[in-house]
Design a protein around this ligand. Structure first.
Ligand SMILES: [Zn+2]
Length: 74
């Protein structure tokens, strides 16, 4: 009996998944007006480019990691 319930649950999940997939294909969500393009910054020490949110900033300069920030200070 328990096995039957498990199969039923799996079948229901499959149906729901299939419906969700079909809905997604037939009606794509409208594209957002503002794509999130993150500005890239460059490490002052090694020159690697990285997203601004991941960069370490110090006195208007960007670094890829705290180690390079310390290194640039001298
Ligand atoms: Zn660096």
């Amino acid at each position: 009996m328990l096995k039957l319930l498990i199969w039923l649950a799996i079948a229901l999940a499959a149906v729901f998944w299939f419906r969700a997939a079909r809905r997604k294909n037939s009606n794509p969500p409208p594209a957002k007006g503002e794509p999130e393009i993150e500005s890239m910054v460059r490490c002052q020490v090694c020159g690697v480019n990285l997203p601004r949110s991941e960069a370490v900033m110090s006195q208007g300069r960007f670094y890829c990691c705290p180690e390079h920030r310390e290194q640039d200070r001298g």
